[in-house]
Design a protein around this ligand. Sequence first.
Ligand SMILES: Cc1ncc(COP(=O)(O)O)c(C=O)c1O
Length: 405
Amino acid sequence: MTAPAHTRSSADLIRAEEPVLAHNYHPLPVVVARAEGTWVEDVEGNRYLDMLAGYSALNFGHRHPGLIEAAHRQLDLLTLTSRAFHNDKLAEFAERLAALTGLDMVLPMNTGAEAVESAVKVARKWAYDVKGVPDGQATIVVAADNFHGRTTTIVSFSTDETARSGFGPFTPGFRVVPYNDLAALEEAVDDTTAAVLIEPIQGEAGVVIPDDGYLAGVRELTSRKGCLFIADEIQSGLGRTGRTLAVEHESVVPDMLLLGKALGGGIVPVSAVVAKREVLAVLRPGEHGSTFGGNPLAAAVGTAVVELLETGEFQHRAADLGVGLRDGLTELVGKGVVGFRARGLWAGVDIDPAVGTGREISERLMREGVLVKDTHGSTIRLAPPLTITAEELTGALAALEKVLK
Ligand SMILES: Cc1ncc(COP(=O)(O)O)c(C=O)c1O
């Protein structure tokens, strides 16, 4: 890669954002101008190994050639129809996504939050139409420390005060129980419960992995009590944990599966609710929709993503390289790392506060040419593209070891 012909420096561009961009993020001070595979390059031409991968939106790396080709091909044919008309790319996308996930029907949307909102609506409708819950009384049980997005309904059931505070009044109808606690779930689910909505691994919370048996327990409990199991795999899904879906680690099939991020190949926002037929069939024309959901460009890229996952190559890479990630992190415990949780190519690493905050470690890593993101003060998240090589991963772990000293 050669340096782009920018006329403004990184420092200039960061300064220029301040008065004109909402301050809802606190990015690391790096201004990315180009990227390829696992590497990004800033305005000055400095290269960085991307160990965040757009919070798993870039599972296949930056500008994966097959995905770029699919996008280019589609750009030359048709980009948007709205769902007022059919387009020739949507049927194949839905067929192959349903087959990949072992489910029946697809509701295409754009962002992750939209998929979650859609699932909340579908679950409520299912509760009234199929389960027979009295109108207006449906409840959805969620887990503490969840992250499902940023809309007003979704932050209504967040337990993170920074995400909620100042944004009420909130949407009613949600019950929060501790994560990884089947007894609490048993108590919270009753005749009004439409669904249990959880992340199979809590990403934003710091890659929190529940005990073995929890996901199978949620499946058993929801089936027994007659409510839906909604798995939000927007961050955990599509190869990240070494399987296509994180629920596969416990051989569980949810009633509704939420996908996003990597489904758009790092090119366009593509999300989906994928569900059993008897669940998604509750929606009738006019009851839900999105101008951009299922557009031909999204469907073409989404189909190309599914095609990559059908090979199993990325799931295997995540599982194999995940062993090296785990071994490398184990070596660092007691040397600036107080603990970590990892599955596949995904890890939450708790930094010893004596060594620095998560933010400080992220900034030091940036200066070493490695990009990560902190969460909850003292944790950093590692989620590289699944295309990363063993050598690159070793390099990232060596950089982490160095900045912890
Ligand atoms: C589990 C989960 N659900 C939903 C979302 C929201 O996705 P989006 O930012 O595309 O709205 C995220 C984003 O991080 C997520 O991790």
